[in-house]
Design a protein around this ligand. Structure first.
Ligand code: SAJ
Length: 407
């Protein structure tokens, strides 16, 4: 039996996947409301294929609880935020989950940390609390780090098909855990040590952050000298060894915009490209604001209240707003643009999260002159004809209409 701790964006699909593949699962979260929702047969966020997976997991006998269970294996998928000042990981949620597990686990159980942690976190925060409580690591309890890799928007597919990493102290424990993940995972499952697994996860997201930063820097260079960055990227990518990503209004989400900071915080003076990339990506919302100001001027749009931001989530076709570039932009908007409040709409955000938020595309469009596409949801791609009489700033390059402004 496996107890999955933390039923958020990673823990829930993982628990469901295990339960629908013959593993006995109990999913635990301290949020009682979330547990009740799941117990009533409702999923807590939208994701392709999740609803069906949920039904299969229920048929597989999954249970949900707000308390920890005595099981052979624990999978910890709680958030690992970073301290915005020190840029270091805040391991508080992982630590409190481990403490709770210590109260219920039996001898020889396996503790798998799936949450992303900076290199050395398990050695620094997890091992000492186990030792302090008198646990003999490797006998009373075994530690494993199996970082997740799935991408929001395609989680169910990627859970099955992505390769995985398992970091462990003892290879035979690694093999045991591998067997559990292999119940659903068709990718390669590599076994390594814990620190390498910790580092690999952070390195993967940092790699992507740096590559996005390169695209964003190109967008700024091209804008400064009147070149079309998309044309340049399209042609450069025809080279067999070049694959430039897409510029955008910034990097959001709880992963790529956070994990590189762990390396910056832990290795001061060494993480230089990484730090520069973070700064470039963080500067993009302000860059978009400058573009908005220029476009307003060019088109005689005087009031910010005539501007509409399309998209609040951190990327297309997800309902996750964590570290969203639109939110970052709204934060610094007042410093740049005068004249009332901008209007905002996102089909995935159905409750009011910001001022002047709309819940219907047509009424949103009826009230604005300049539409800024911050997120390339399918909805706006399918309805781009409705933008024909608008001034449009398309920060994602998804719109095929003539005369649209870009970054
Ligand atoms: N973005 C761009 N341009 C691009 C690609 C992305 O501006 O060409 C932006 C997105 O709009 C978004 C941000 O970057 O704001 C991050 O989006 P993403 O789709 O690149 O990645 P995430 O954060 O949704 O998921 C990442 C993935 N990591 C990698 O691809 C290396 C995923 O595999 C990880 O599991 C996930 O982080 C995680 O949980 O760590």
């Amino acid at each position: 039996m496996v107890n999955v701790i933390g039923l958020g964006y990673i823990g829930l699909p993982t628990a469901l996947m295990l339960a629908s593949h013959g593993v006995e699962v109990i999913g635990t979260d301290y949020n009682k409301e979330l547990i009740q929702t799941l117990q009533h047969g409702k999923i807590t966020f939208k994701e392709d294929g999740l609803e069906q997976l949920f039904q299969e997991a229920i048929e597989g006998g999954i249970q949900f609880s707000d308390t920890y269970a005595e099981t052979d294996m624990y999978i910890v998928s709680v958030p690992t935020p970073y301290d915005k000042k020190s840029k270091k990981i805040d391991a508080e949620f992982v630590v409190s989950a481990v403490k709770e597990i210590m109260n219920v686990c039996h001898k020889g159980s396996i503790l798998v940390i799936e949450s992303t942690v900076s290199p050395g976190t398990i050695g620094k925060y997890v091992r000492p609390i186990l030792v302090e409580k008198g646990f003999n690591i490797g006998e009373d309890i075994h530690i494993v780090h199996a970082p997740e890799r799935i991408i929001p928007g395609n989680m169910v597919y990627e859970l099955i098909h992505n390769n995985r990493t398992i970091g462990c102290d003892e290879p035979e424990i690694g093999e045991k855990v591998k067997k559990v993940y292999a119940s659903f995972c068709r990718g390669e499952i590599l076994i390594t040590d814990i620190r390498s697994a910790e580092m690999t996860k952070v390195v993967e997201n940092t790699f992507r952050d740096i590559n996005i930063a390169f695209a964003n820097e190109l967008a700024k260079i091209c804008r400064s000298d009147n070149m079309d960055v998309y044309e340049i990227i399209k042609i450069a990518n025809k080279h067999p060894r070049v694959n430039i990503l897409m510029p955008g209004p910034g990097v959001g989400g709880h992963c790529i915009s956070v994990d590189p900071w762990f390396l910056v915080g832990d290795y001061p003076g060494l993480a230089n490209i990484i730090l520069a990339a973070r700064k470039i990506n963080d500067s993009m919302p302000e860059f978009v604001l400058e573009r908005i100001a220029d476009i307003m001027k060019e088109n005689g749009i005087k009031r910010v209240s005539e501007v509409g931001l399309y998209g609040l989530t951190y990327k297309e076709n997800v309902d996750d707003m964590r570290e969203s570039p639109t939110l970052q932009m709204l934060d610094c908007m007042e410093r740049h643009l005068a004249g009332g409040l901008v209007k905002v709409y996102d089909p995935y955000i159905t409750v009011d999260m910001v001022n002047n938020q709309y819940h219907d595309l047509d009424s949103f469009l009826a009230d604005v002159k300049l539409v800024v596409i911050m997120v390339g949801h399918d909805e706006i791609k399918d309805n781009e004809n409705k933008l024909a009489d608008k001034v449009v700033l398309d920060t994602r390059c998804i719109c095929s209409l003539h005369g649209v402004y870009h970054l």
